[in-house]
Design a binder for this molecule. Structure first.
Ligand SMILES: Cc1cc2nc3c(=O)[nH]c(=O)nc-3n(C[C@H](O)[C@H](O)[C@H](O)COP(=O)(O)OP(=O)(O)OC[C@H]3O[C@@H](n4cnc5c(N)ncnc54)[C@H](O)[C@@H]3O)c2cc1C
Length: 480
């Protein structure tokens, strides 16, 4: 069974018993628990897409790892076409559900294949086969995998060994014949309990003496010793039909994952002490993940552009020159990311570990530019919509017949537009730009897949500045 249905994915979650806490209390059940509905509505999308006649063809692909058809989100890209196909589907599905999470398998797994291949070649270690076996298992069982990269890190100005507490980075506390034991904590882990397994990798390049912190592995989410402190989604606490049209449908449960003496068998370990390869591992993951982020952000921007154009139509201002100008700006902000994803696919390269690796410069520029402008999208969407986007009465008022007659009369827009539809558009924009969800979303854009500074550093590292200076000298007729 290589391609699961949404129902089979839910069944797999029902068999797991992670130690999870939310709002101060132990959570016993994920599937069927209303607090997790919007999370599962979102994470089940890639399973549904592989069976939906509209997306099925794009969402299935033959894997050379198991020689079977697999879900595209379990597929390691082998060519620019594979990455382009993923970018197309990513944009389409992200416009519907925002963050699919499943790039948290493909992107770290690609980085693990590349870095363990290089490590085994240089150091004679034997990790690559563990990654290949892991990839095969994910493909055969169509597993949902989360990524635990970001250590909690305490004082950012110093490394793991200078922290007051060694547990501020995940590290090895014991090496045994049958495996390793790790402790520490990872922050900001998206959708962890909606996953089957968690990939754990270091979040930075490490120095030679930081051996215990150079540790990478994969484990089932309910492994003994892992505790999750979960942050709920922004979903409204009571059922709604008009208010919060985004956050009542989708959202991620974020978490802090605490590792207390967690045992990991050797066949699940991908790095243990090889500090020299930590930079390659985390760097390849970060840039590969930014390529994914370019495509999904473009999907979100389609949502922003659509909401702005709809509201402009309902308000009768769609032909106004400044509104059209803003819409064009909004379109450009989204397209930059998408086309950077395509460029990074086309300009990528094949690594003998069995991965088509995207071009890092294009991926970093695209992620930086598309996410950097998300604040502008908020401003323009609010500007186009007018103040009503944050001041309109609520669904409850609309449902009170006494008040509804006033709302019908005074909330109307352009002739021919139903007031209820205008109210729905207003509530969409409110949820997208001025709600608890909107705050989470902007945080997702800024920091998920790495901080803007991490992208600047990678852009500076990969751009050929010497070549650019040589061009300038040639123009200026400077010879030295
Ligand atoms: C919604 C969301 C979802 C996420 N999902 C995941 C996930 O699933 N898995 C995962 O592993 N991570 C995830 N992340 C984490 C994300 O990768 C990190 O937030 C990101 O890498 C930034 O790290 P940080 O949050 O620790 O910020 P910091 O690194 O603390 O950055 C804060 C500021 O401090 C600066 N700074 C940091 N260190 C230094 C230094 N040494 N010197 C000078 N300046 C410094 C930074 O440049 C930045 O300006 C998610 C984040 C968000 C917001």
């Amino acid at each position: 069974m290589a391609i699961k249905t949404k129902e089979e994915y839910f069944e797999s979650l029902k068999k797991q018993k992670p130690e999870a806490y939310m709002l101060g209390e132990r959570v016993d059940q994920i599937v069927g628990n209303p607090q997790f509905d919007v999370q599962l509505n979102l994470t089940s999308l890639t399973y549904a897409a592989a069976h939906d006649p509209e997306t099925k063809e794009l969402a299935r692909i033959k894997s050379s790892f198991i020689d079977e058809e697999v879900n595209l989100w379990a597929h390691i890209p082998q060519s620019p076409e594979d990455l382009i196909r993923r970018a197309r589907l990513h944009r389409k599905l992200s416009a519907e559900k925002v963050c699919l999470l499943r790039c948290m398998f493909v992107d770290p797994a690609s980085a693990l294949l590349v870095s363990t291949y290089e490590m085994d070649k240089k150091l004679g270690t034997n990790y690559y086969k563990n990654v290949v076996n892991f990839v095969k298992r994910v493909q055969k069982e169509d597993l949902m995998v989360g990524g635990a990269v970001t250590d909690v890190r305490g004082d950012r100005s110093v490394g793991p060994m200078e922290q007051e507490d060694p547990d501020l980075y995940v590290h090895v506390v014991e090496r045994r014949d049958d495996g390793i034991v790790v402790s520490g904590a990872k922050a900001n882990i998206t959708g962890a309990v909606a996953c089957n397994e968690l990939i754990v990798v270091p979040c930075r390049a490490l120095r030679r003496e930081e051996k215990d912190y150079a540790v990478a592995f994969v484990i089932p989410v309910d492994t003994k010793g892992i505790k999750y402190i979960l942050r709920p989604t922004a979903a409204p606490r009571e059922p709604r039909e008009i208010d919060h049209p985004v956050s009542r449908k989708i959202g991620h449960i974020e978490s802090m994952a605490i590792f207390e003496n967690v045992f990991v068998p050797w066949d699940r370990v991908f790095m243990c002490g090889e500090t020299a390869f930590s930079g390659l591992m985390v760097g390849t993951f970060a840039s590969t993940h930014r390529c994914s982020k370019c495509a999904c952000t473009a999907g979100h921007m389609d949502m922003f552009v659509g909401a702005a154009a709809l509201m402009a139509q309902y308000n009768g201002v769609e032909r106004a020159p400044h509104i059209r100008e803003m819409l064009t700006e909004m379109i450009m902000n989204g397209e930059i990311g998408y086309h950077a994803a395509i460029a990074s696919a086309v300009e990528g390269s094949y690594h003998p570990a069995g991965v088509w690796v995207p071009n890092f410069l294009a991926a970093n520029v695209g992620k930086y530019m598309s996410c950097h402008t998300v604040g502008e999208q908020y401003v323009m969407l609010q500007d186009i919509s007018g103040g009503i986007a944050v001041t309109a009465p609520t669904e409850r008022d609309w449902k009170n017949p006494e008040l509804r007659k006033y709302m019908e009369k005074f909330l109307r827009g352009k002739k021919g537009v139903k007031t209820e539809n205008r109210l729905k558009a207003i509530k969409l924009i409110e949820d997208m730009t001025a709600s608890e969800y909107a705050g989470w979303y902007i945080g997702l854009c800024i920091n998920a897949a790495g901080s803007p500074q991490a992208e600047r550093v990678e852009i500076e590292r990969t751009y050929d500045l010497k070549k650019a200076i040589a061009i300038a000298k040639k123009w200026a007729d400077i010879e030295d």
